[in-house]
Ligand binder design. Structure first.
Ligand code: FAD
Ligand code: DHB
Length: 394
């Protein structure tokens, strides 16, 4: 069966879904192809921190009703080291900007509902997506949906299919430059049924490694500890995880972790990755399909949002005024922000984790950096500006 659309979007993550909504606002037709089921993508636990710009964009688009009601606005974060906490007053340092804690899978639910409500099309459970004629003016997507072989003719293809998708690998290797770094540690993440232990997020550096206290709701808490990336999660009993969290977060004033049943746990590896350029012919990559950051700076989802905002704007000007300059500049425009976020995430990661091969010199360097960040207003302001997110047109 053959279909036609203006923009064929691969992937119903934050990038693909938001792009379809941004395009609809410009009266540009799109179709989203997603390899997983709706239930699965609505239940996958991932990010939690939304930058001010992400929240503003969703609000402006009428997508933030539940986010405003259920999300928690945070005006600061804590950096904890040497058993002492130090607050970074994000809002005070950034003219009132803040972050909002609202889980990624709730964002996904809101975006899917909004797109389907406006009569938009998302095909779930598609298989074997294949891109062809990407350098022509009529790129095509072939795929299987409900046992039927389908073909979608498009003007443009948006590769929003995450790091393991097909879009990036459809670009010839010869025209791609890849930059990447693996970190010799991972994060063990848990969801715990307990009240919050703190009003704001805590990023802790300790001799035993990094720990992060985050939250999902008044009843459900999200925490992470640095671990060996090769480790089998089965080797970590709930008691071991809780003990490790307590040890890494201990303070001189006897701060207490509030504990409860752990209902989910998993280990994720950490890497930095960028491919350049983010465009090949009429294929545009957005979000994790083009770049990955280690999670320490909470930037991944927010970068995906910034990419598709640029892409939707460039496509709007193409359809409205036949302009191609913004499409041609897409990669360069996005990469400025991408590399800023890559640097920030690498910097936060390097400052806060124990490296397996570190020595007393490196540990002193980390402490000196942490000390400077909490004691110098200029340094704290730089962290805050990056953490709440630079303006989209930065
Ligand atoms: P994805 O969310 O990966 O979506 C891609 C979609 O494409 C998926 O639904 C996938 O099923 C689909 N797909 C893949 N291949 C195909 C195919 N061949 N055909 C069709 N569909 C396909 N970011 C933050 O900003 N803040 C945080 O606090 C944060 N914390 C994180 C914590 C964890 C534990 C993890 C794992 C990530 C975190 N991130 C965070 C990163 C964030 O989750 C990602 O950057 C974000 O999901 C990227 O969105 P995306 O739409 O580009 O890709
Ligand atoms: C969360 C994830 C992050 O990567 C981060 O830096 C802060 C919070 C979270 O999942 O809540």
């Amino acid at each position: 069966m053959n279909r036609r659309t203006q923009v064929g979007i691969i992937g119903a993550g934050p990038a693909g879904l938001l792009l379809s909504l941004l395009l609809a606002r410009e009266r540009i037709d799109s179709l989203v192809l997603e390899s997983r089921s709706r239930d699965e993508i609505e239940a996958t636990i991932r990010a939690g921190v939304l930058e001010q710009g992400t929240v503003d964009l969703m609000t402006e688009m009428g997508l933030a009703e539940r986010l405003q009601r259920e999300g928690a606005v945070h005006h600061g974060i804590e950096l904890r080291f040497d058993r002492e906490g130090h607050r970074i007053p994000l809002s005070e340092l950034t003219n009132g900007r803040a972050i909002t804690l609202y889980p990624q899978h709730e964002v996904i639910k809101d975006l899917i509902a909004a797109r389907l409500n406006q009569g938009g099309h998302i095909l779930f459970n598609v298989k074997d997506v294949y891109l062809s004629d990407v350098t022509s003016h009529q790129p095509r997507l072939q795929f299987i949906h409900e046992h039927e072989q389908m073909e979608l003719q498009c003007d443009f293809i948006a590769g929003c299919d995450g790091f393991h998708g097909v879009s990036r690998v459809s670009i010839p290797e010869a025209i791609q430059t890849v930059f990447s770094r693996f970190y010799p540690f991972g994060w063990l993440g848990i969801l715990m049924q307990a009240p919050p232990s703190a009003e704001e997020l805590i990023y802790a550096y300790s001799n035993r490694g990094f720990a992060l206290v985050s939250t999902r709701s008044p009843e459900l808490q999200r925490m992470y500890i640095q671990c060996d990336p090769q480790e089998d999660i089965a080797n970590w009993s709930d008691a071991m995880i809780l003990e490790e969290l307590q040890l890494r977060l201990a303070t001189t004033d006897n701060w207490q972790l509030r504990m409860g049943p752990i209902i989910q746990k998993s280990i994720l590896a950490m890497r930095s990755f960028v491919t350049e350029p983010m465009q090949y012919g009429r294929l545009f990559l957005a979000g994790d399909a083009a770049h990955i950051v280690p999670p320490t700076g909470a930037k991944g989802l927010n970068l995906a949002v910034a990419d598709v905002r640029h892409l939707a704007h460039a496509l709007a000007l193409f359809y409205r005024e036949n302009r191609t300059d913004l499409l041609e500049a897409y990669s360069t425009t996005c990469l400025r922000r991408v590399w800023r976020a890559e640097h920030f995430s690498w910097w936060m990661t390097s400052m806060l984790h124990r490296f397996p091969d570190d020595d007393p010199f490196q540990q002193r360097m980390q402490r000196a950096q942490l000390d400077y960040t909490v004691r110098s207003r200029a340094a704290a302001m730089s962290l805050a500006e990056n953490y709440v997110g630079l303006p989209f047109d930065w």
